[in-house]
Write a new protein. Structure first.
Length: 86
């Protein structure tokens, strides 16, 4: 979640300032983000290793892609179709 929020900020900065503009690496306050997630009735926060945590949707199974897992379980056809779609 943190990673994606930071990416959105960087994308917005690129749109505002253009490529090579003021697009420094940003981060968000993990403590505030966790507190917001814990306060949401739509999320549940679970601890992970090394004081990390995960925010999961309460009404869905935790079937998601682990961005750190090097194994891609999806066929190339899916990525090709996604590339054409986006």
């Amino acid at each position: 979640l943190r990673k994606r929020l930071v990416e959105h900020v960087q994308d917005a900065q690129t749109e505002l300032h253009g490529e090579g503009g003021d697009n420094n690496d940003k981060d968000c306050d993990a403590g505030k983000l966790r507190a917001l997630c814990e306060a949401s009735p739509h999320l549940r926060v679970e601890p992970e290793d090394w004081r990390e945590w995960t925010a999961l949707l309460v009404d869905r199974a935790p079937d998601f892609i682990d961005i750190y897992n090097p194994v891609d379980d999806y066929p190339q056809e899916l990525w090709t179709a996604a590339e054409h779609y986006f």
